[in-house]
Design a protein around this ligand. Structure first.
Ligand SMILES: Nc1ncnc2c1ncn2[C@@H]1O[C@H](COP(=O)(O)OP(=O)(O)O)[C@@H](O)[C@H]1O
Ligand SMILES: [Mg+2]
Length: 393
């Protein structure tokens, strides 16, 4: 089929040609945004799922919904090497300037600007000059200062009949203190029913939350699990984009692709794209789909998977390879240690390195899995020798 008309869009955070299977989540977000804007109680949500399930796409879609409803939004992708204050302050400044444009600085906005200036100064965050705003105190305690700032901003938004919607991606990369401060600040916001909503996305490992913040967080947010698409939605994700170009799929071809991809959105885009490239006529046949599947696997091996493996040190590779011996993820990390012939305390640092590198995640204590679906299959293809060595033992 003509490459110029290939409708599929594999990539990180890129909009799919058809946002399949997410109607309920979109509707929940739409309702929460409308409620917040109307000054009603609304629940923030953190979407948890593996790489390639469509979290970033959903956050972008929620941002568009918020924009449509006239809310003020800020989108942050958490950088593990920067404190939250540095990442948040410039974004909040943009929001305040937009509020200022809606209605010129009243006392409320002066106060919010004052809090932001003090916040940026005490946490050494770079923002552009603010030449107005009354001076406000900052303590240097992130929980206190972030809460003050978080209360001041939606207060100014409320008077302008709008709401603030924060979208935070890769939320698992937040440093622990930052995460609990964010949760405590959101807790205050919800108690006061202020129009500030947070939608987050991240790997399913927020379990590392500790203490007070954790018990608040459990009640404060919804945690919709984001996973592969159900068969009907997966079919829709493949069929609809092709249909708009006048191309169909044979039923067995569709079944094959859905089975091969496990319904994972990223893989559906990759497989769809290769089906399109391989097929010479409509409908796309099972033979096309099989050839496309082989091409898709080869392309992922050479691209995505290989790049990720190359980032690992030798001992991290061995750990990952040992993980791949187990059929069911997440795996008990003591089993991985055993397979490597290491004690738990010897293996633990390697496991932590893999988590830090974003290769693995720990949904709860003692469990570990790959962040990219199908990575275990790749490890077995890429390092077959290990399996043989293990059998000999
Ligand atoms: N609901 C969906 N239907 C079809 N394709 C989707 C859907 N959600 C995401 N995709 C596609 O999957 C890929 C990965 O999406 P992304 O949002 O980057 O995932 P994540 O942030 O969870 O890693 C992108 O190519 C995107 O277009
Ligand atoms: Mg993402």
């Amino acid at each position: 089929m003509q490459a110029t008309h290939n409708p599929y869009n594999p990539g990180a955070g890129v909009p799919p040609p058809e946002l399949a299977g997410r109607d309920a989540l979109m509707e929940q977000a739409r309702v929460a945004i409308a409620r917040a804007k109307a000054g009603r109680a609304a629940k923030s949500a953190i979407m948890l799922g593996l790489r390639g399930v469509g979290k970033t796409v959903l956050l972008n879609a929620f941002e568009a919904l918020a924009d449509e409803q006239g809310c003020q939004t800020a989108f942050l992708e958490i950088d593990p090497d920067k404190p939250l204050a540095h990442q948040l302050a410039p974004q909040l400044q943009h929001i305040l300037h937009r509020l200022d444009r809606l209605k010129k600085a009243g006392a409320d906005l002066q106060k919010a600007f004052g809090h932001l200036r003090a916040f940026a100064s005490v946490f050494r965050a770079t923002i552009s000059d603010i030449d107005f705003g009354i001076s406000a105190p900052a303590t240097g305690d992130l929980v206190v200062d972030l809460t003050e700032l978080f209360l001041a901003i939606p207060d100014a938004a409320k008077k302008r009949e709008t709401a603030i919607v924060l979208l935070i991606d890769e939320i698992q990369y937040l440093q622990k203190g930052d995460l609990s401060a964010l949760i405590m600040a959101m807790h205050k916001i919800s108690q006061r029913q202020m129009p500030l909503l947070l939608f987050g996305g991240g790997l399913p490992q927020l379990a590392k939350l500790a203490g007070d913040a954790k018990s608040y967080a459990e009640r404060l947010f919804d945690y919709p699990p984001i996973g592969p698409l159900e068969a009907a939605a997966a079919r829709q994700a493949l069929v609809e984009p092709a249909k708009r170009e006048g191309v169909g799929y044979a039923k067995d071809a569709l079944d094959y692709v859905i089975e091969q991809t496990g319904g994972y959105p990223f893989f559906l885009q990759v497989w769809g794209s290769h089906c399109w490239d391989v097929a010479t006529k409509s409908p796309i046949s099972l033979a096309d789909a099989k050839r496309a599947g082989a091409n898709a696997v080869a392309a992922l091996d050479e691209g995505l998977f290989k790049v990720r493996l190359a980032r690992l040190t030798e001992r991290q590779k061995s750990y990952a390879r040992a993980m791949a011996e187990f059929a069911e993820e997440p795996i008990n990390s003591s089993n991985v240690a055993n397979a490597l012939g290491l004690s738990l305390s010897q293996a633990a640092p390697i496991r932590d390195e893999l988590i830090k590198k974003g290769m693995a995640y720990s949904p709860e204590r003692g469990l570990i899995g790959f962040t990219v679906p199908m990575f275990a299959d790749y490890m077995r293809r890429a390092m077959p020798a290990n399996a043989a060595a293990k059998k000999k033992r």
